[in-house]
Design a protein around this ligand. Structure first.
Ligand code: GTP
Length: 373
């Protein structure tokens, strides 16, 4: 059975994208650990020259080998395993350091780091649990060192003057800060990309809800809004609004003789020509197969709509050169006005439609005003 992602085509789901972002983040952190292990292990051996060989150095070597193994297998491990192993490793280093060296243990920062990573990759609940465990470990180790039943396993004074101990600390801090900055930076950049894509998709969806996909013209949904706004303006200014119902003549024959794709090209061409006949504040919308609605707001008199209808008919009737053929359609136009003929958008459309049918009946390729008779 196909997975959910493959069913949705080539675009991965949002959850899959977020998982991929987390994975990149964790892989970068493991990359940092690998560098630390690769250079930190020789530094541990160098430290043993000053402190004598301590069990904790065996641990470092063992952890180094684990880091290498996880890094090599990282592509096969899930995000949860990668983060779980990372947090586990931080705790082994941190707890062993705190119990071995007490307050002098620089490895405390691994414990703090584990909380930080859990906060980025997991939930607040897991982060709080780790933070609580951190306080518990420090309390037990503190009580042990203060109470004397835990002893630092080395001569701390000697240890703190060891150049290799300080070199390790400086090196680990530098490498980790670098890799964390890179990992967080990559995560932020990926999230920003994702947000940008979501915004673009939102705009596309919003546009396809209000615009016709074939011609790019406003669709019926936007028409209702535009007529409403134009009527409101006309009421306030005492002006008029004209609605023109345009239906193409002879369009079916284009589809029948040349095919639907050619018909689509004719519709696109016609839409462009109509847009070219109008003022900026006018609207032309595609409301059906070969039906368009033109809204002319802020008219001083309805008669002026006749001129627009004439220029629309003339523009539409010009021959269309498409794919080496010269095709031709015509247009019939019905006109209704506000407030003369109707006082609602639906009524205006209905009456402009009725006037258009009269234009068709009376021979096509002409315009008619709505009249009661
Ligand atoms: N190419 C194409 N054709 C469409 C689309 N939507 C509807 N149509 C076709 O448009 C035609 C409209 O039919 P009519 O209005 O009866 O065609 P007509 O030849 O203009 O008829 P009159 O209006 O009487 O002149 C039908 O054949 C529909 O299949 C579309 O998106 N693309």
């Amino acid at each position: 059975m196909k997975g959910k992602d493959s069913l949705q085509g080539e675009t991965p789901s949002l959850a899959a994208r977020l998982t991929a972002i987390k994975r990149t983040f964790l892989e970068r952190l493991w990359g940092g650990l690998l560098v630390i292990a690769g250079i930190g292990m020789p530094l541990s051996v160098m430290r043993s020259l000053g402190t004598g060989w301590l069990p904790v150095y065996w641990l470092h070597i063992l952890l180094g080998a684990c880091v290498l193994a996880v890094y090599c297998w990282r592509k096969r491990l899930s995000e949860t395993t990668l983060s779980g192993l990372f947090i586990g490793l931080c705790w082994v280093v941190g707890v062993s350091g705190v119990f071995s060296f007490g307050i002098a243990a620089s490895s405390i920062f691994w414990l703090v780091l584990s909380c930080l990573i859990a906060g980025i990759v997991h939930s607040v609940r897991i982060t709080l649990m780790l933070a609580f465990s951190l306080v518990l470990v420090l309390s037990v180790a503190g009580a042990g060192h203060v109470g004397g039943w835990l002893q630092a396993s080395i001569n701390l004074e000697r240890y703190q003057t060891l150049p290799s101990a300080w070199l390790s600390l400086i090196f680990v801090s530098l490498v980790f800060v670098y890799f964390i900055i890179r990992a967080v930076g990559a995560q932020n950049a990926a999230l920003l990309d994702l947000l940008g894509e979501l915004e673009t998709q939102r705009q596309v969806i919003e546009r396809s809800a209000t615009h016709d996909q074939l011609t790019g013209l406003p669709s019926m949904r936007l028409v209702e809004d535009r007529i409403g706004v134009a009527m409101h303006q006309a009421r306030r200014s005492g002006g008029k609004l004209a609605v023109l119902f345009v239906d193409l003549d002879g369009f079916k024959a284009i589809n029948d003789n040349h095919g639907h794709p050619v018909g689509d090209q004719v519709l696109r061409e016609v839409a462009q020509r109509m847009r070219g006949c109008l003022r900026a504040q006018d609207t032309v919308a595609r409301i059906g197969g070969d039906e368009f609605l033109v809204i002319l707001p802020a008219m001083s008199e309805l008669g002026a709509a006749a001129k627009v209808a004439q220029s629309l008919i003339a523009a539409v009737s010009q021959p269309c050169p498409i794919e080496g053929r010269v095709l031709q359609v015509g247009a019939s136009v019905g006109i209704a006005g506000f407030p003369d003929d109707a006082d609602s958008g639906a009524e205006l459309r209905r009456k402009a439609d009725a006037a258009m049918y009269r234009a068709k009946r009376e021979g096509k390729g002409r315009y008619r005003f709505f009249s009661q008779g």
